[in-house]
Design a protein around this ligand. Sequence first.
Ligand SMILES: [Zn+2]
Length: 208
Amino acid sequence: MNPHAAEMLEELFALAHWCAAKGWVPATSGNFSVADSNRNILISRSGFDKSRMEREDLVALDSGGSVFPGSTQKPSAESSLHAIIYRKRPEAHAIAHVHTIWNTLLSERFVVTGHVDIAGYELLKALSDVQSHAHHERVPVIANSQDYHTLARELEEVLADNPTAHGVLLSGHGLYTWGRSVAETRRHLEALEFLFEVEGRKLFGYPD
Ligand SMILES: [Zn+2]
């Protein structure tokens, strides 16, 4: 990792703990990673309570998403999706994946059209390179599958087709978002989840 790796990992753990406290990674779901400029990845291991995430819970992967020989830990089942994101978004150095109520509801509602469109909100400016509330953010939605090869291929396509997207939804499953740093990834995550909740409440009319 880069010279700031230790600090970056502390930020990653804090992000995982914060997501757990918010109920965004229920029942051992979700995963988190960081990558260096050579796209070597450190990712959370498979299935554990993210409120306790620490250094021993990380698994090293090469740029293709394969575990380095000698690792005794099993990486997240979704490692191939992290590897695709790092490949298609060379500026990204951190990824968060969460299963929230609002991203689950909206992804199911919009899987038919293939995207969630969000425009007109001040908080859109929390997304990198967005200057105005008038920005139109299109979040692609992919149909969920347990076949991670298919998912990886579809993810690669939507990332290529939507070069300015800040996140991708898997239908009935969750959100992937990324950033140039852990801090930027956290800002994107918080902004997108806020926007999903606003859109969701407007659409479904939930009182609170
Ligand atoms: Zn997941």
